[in-house]
Design a binder for this molecule. Structure first.
Ligand code: CMC
Length: 426
């Protein structure tokens, strides 16, 4: 058996042997196939990159058919149960688990870079009272690139490491301040005696108390949510982060911009709105009929990659139970549970392989923490930061990588003759 593909171009009758490596052919090899000498080579038309590999990566493995998600080879279930967000961040960035000394150094470094320059605070305070926290986070992250101009030296290992530490450390500070800004509350400075996630909760919710002590079950649940969101291979925002060899602050700002969009980071908000609209369990059958008739979508169900079960959804469901133990049950949870039960038995959803995804329960948890819906995507962004940085690191060190520059199929006019405005408007 030869690892190649024989392509016959019926326009010319010519045959081509295209090598197959790692289950893929190179699009550039297809570019050699031409109708005649002067015409451009064959291109692949693939909106949304549904079947185009843009890189080799060893960060995250997903098998959507089997419902498998692994970071650097470790199953997400084990990481969520037994690891911590900062250890997972180390794993993603460095490619392997830390020794005790490496872990202590990593946690120490991140803890002591949580503060931002006072001018960043002034800059954040300049936003309007009703600024969306994702806009503030995106701008704040981009602004960091101007505070650390050395970050442009992306070929220096030590410089790269320092920016990665800074970025992971400062994201909760920026995210919490964006939250406080909308509420008109004073920004809370980081408390370096607290863990990463405790400190984030303190910066969000601390008022006049000397020390903010979050319930440890809530800390654990939020830490697990960060772990679940930490990476998801070549998704929309990772693709934005990977598009050019810019400094990591600017790259992550681009990722935040992509995540901000409703097709990417915003589905958990839609789930909450849907559950509220359904209102009571009695209304579920009508709602399900509406979905089956194509009048609406069951938000939080279905996934482009997972066609079995989103492994993150199972873990989130458990985290939701832990959170509700502390905060009291959200009545919407009963509707969500009943919806899931009915949908998992219904032929419409079963035959289309539609299962709950990560967003089905995450919005309920965030609401229990008393986050407004605009903050949901900020939480996603904080969790995703180590993944974006791991993807960025791979990009800048990968000799095969080129600047992202897809082709297009041009559909506009050609070779028109320009008439000056003075003649056109006469
Ligand atoms: N409710 C009802 N029907 C659905 C749903 C849904 N949530 N999702 C897919 N379908 C149907 C769809 O109508 C189609 O049916 P038919 O074959 O009869 O036309 C079939 O299932 C295949 O759907 P598709 O649109 O081709 O699937 P896709 O892979 O392009 O879309 C999706 C994936 C996530 C956009 C879609 O499932 C969806 O819109 N889900 C609801 C929104 C949501 O929860 N998004 C969060 C995704 S997880 C976040 C992350 O991982 O970043």
């Amino acid at each position: 058996m030869t690892d190649s593909l024989t392509v016959r171009d019926n326009r010319t009758g010519q045959e081509y042997d295209v090598p197959i490596a790692d289950g893929a052919i190179k699009a550039a090899d297809l570019g050699k196939i031409k109708a005649d000498e002067d015409s451009p080579g064959l291109a692949i038309y693939d909106p949304g990159f549904v079947n185009t590999a843009s890189c080799r990566s060893s960060v995250t493995y997903i098998d959507g058919e089997k419902g498998i998600l692994e970071y650097r080879g470790y199953p997400i279930e084990q990481l969520a149960e037994k690891s911590s967000f900062l250890e997972v961040a180390y794993l993603l960035v460095h490619g392997e688990l830390p020794s005790q000394t490496q872990h202590e150094q990593w946690v120490h470094d991140i803890t002591f870079h949580t503060f931002v320059h006072e001018n960043v605070k002034t800059f954040m305070q300049g936003f309007r009272y009703d600024a969306h926290p994702m806009g503030m986070l995106m701008a704040g992250t981009g602004a960091l690139s101007t505070f650390y101009p050395d970050a442009r030296n992306i070929n220096d290992h030590d410089v790269r490491y320092l920016q990665i530490i800074r970025m992971i450390a400062k994201m909760p500070t920026l995210g919490a301040w964006a939250f406080r800004h909308a509420q008109g509350k004073p920004y809370v400075y980081p408390d370096n005696e607290l863990s990463y996630t405790e400190n984030f909760l303190a910066m969000l919710f601390k008022m006049s108390e000397q020390k903010y002590n979050a319930d440890e079950r809530l800390v654990k649940a939020l830490d697990v949510l960060f772990i679940l969101h930490a990476d998801h291979e070549q998704n929309c925002s990772a693709n934005a982060v990977r598009s050019s060899q810019v400094d990591p602050y600017s790259a992550v700002a681009a990722g935040i911009g992509a995540l901000y969009g409703p097709l990417h980071g915003g589905a958990n908000e839609s789930v909450l709105r849907m559950l509220r609209r359904i209102g009571t369990k009695d209304n579920i059958p009508d709602f399900i009929n509406g979905v089956k008739n194509g009048d609406e979508r069951l938000m939080g169900f279905g996934h482009r990659v997972y066609k079995n079960y989103d492994p993150r959804a199972r873990i989130i469901k458990k985290a939701a139970e832990d959170v509700f133990e502390v905060t009291g049950t959200n009545p919407l949870l009963d509707i969500a549970l009943e919806l899931e039960k009915i949908a998992l038995e219904d032929e419409y959803f079963v035959s289309r392989k539609l299962y709950p995804n990560v967003d089905f329960y995450s919005g309920l948890i965030y609401e229990a923490f008393q986050f407004p819906p605009e903050m949901f995507t900020v939480l996603f962004a904080i969790g995703r930061t180590p993944g974006w940085l791991a993807q960025w690191l791979e990009l800048v060190q990968d000799k095969e990588q080129k600047i992202a520059r897809p082709k297009q199929i041009y559909t506009g006019d050609r070779e028109l003759t320009f008439t000056p405005a003075s003649e056109r408007w006469a």
